[in-house]
Write a protein that binds this ligand. Structure first.
Ligand code: NI
Length: 223
């Protein structure tokens, strides 16, 4: 680990301590991530009876560490083989709650949300296609249509109610993570499986699309 990596790691750790609201962090562990095909990813997850239970806090701590280690933007409990209705995600900087400083916003480590028993209310019928990946579908990327505006509600680790309006990428992440609780993976939301590609081929895909778009523009100009 380089000094820079080490200082980033420590900064993350101190943010986790801050975020979990306790100096008594249970011993965290990186958990194994279930991959597409395992039945835990295709079942309906169970509601959490007591969000404040110590085992829920321990599970969420592990989920946070697992997500950061795997460099994901979000994680749902079924992805670590626990079929309970819990998701965590990092909302993008522009949607962060107030009080997040510039450095944290830049680092994209801030605004970590824990949502227990979440519910989504779609606010507008508009959908937008965007690229998604999933830690349970490693190496692949897909172009997925998602609603652009929604309201979500759920409970935090202390049992407090959380209610927020989300747009754009924030709304996309919430839909992706909550789908995991209903046994749905992003390829099932895709309209065209030709847009399911290996991450390592993304630059070729984008180059081919740019070429095709330039060609269609030329044709329009000729017409
Ligand atoms: Ni996922």
């Amino acid at each position: 680990m380089s000094p820079l990596q080490a200082s980033r790691f420590l900064a993350k750790e101190s943010r986790l301590v801050h975020w979990l609201g306790s100096s008594h962090i249970p011993l965290m562990a990186i958990r194994k991530i279930a991959r597409m095909g395992h039945p835990v990813l295709s079942r309906i997850a169970e509601p959490v009876a007591d969000p404040t239970a110590p085992e829920i806090r321990a599970l969420v701590s592990d989920m946070v560490e697992t997500m950061i280690d795997a460099n994901g933007a979000g994680l749902a409990a079924p992805q670590v083989y626990v079929p309970k209705r819990i998701v965590i995600f990092q909302a993008p900087a522009e949607r962060s709650p107030e009080g997040i400083d510039e450095a944290e916003a830049y680092d994209h480590q801030a605004a970590l949300t824990v949502l227990i028993n979440p519910e989504i209310e779609i606010l507008a019928p508009d959908m937008e296609a965007g690229w998604e990946g999933c830690l349970s579908v490693p190496g692949l990327r897909g172009l997925v249509p998602r609603y652009t505006a929604l309201r979500y509600r759920g409970l935090g680790l202390d049992g407090q109610r959380i209610e927020r309006v989300a747009k754009g990428f924030h709304a996309r992440v919430v839909q992706h993570e909550c789908d995991h609780l209903d046994g749905v993976l992003y390829p099932q939301r895709m309209r065209n499986l030709a847009d399911l590609i290996f991450e390592s081929e993304a630059r070729h895909w984008l180059a081919a699309r740019a070429k095709a778009e330039a060609r269609s523009k030329e044709e329009t100009a000729d017409a």
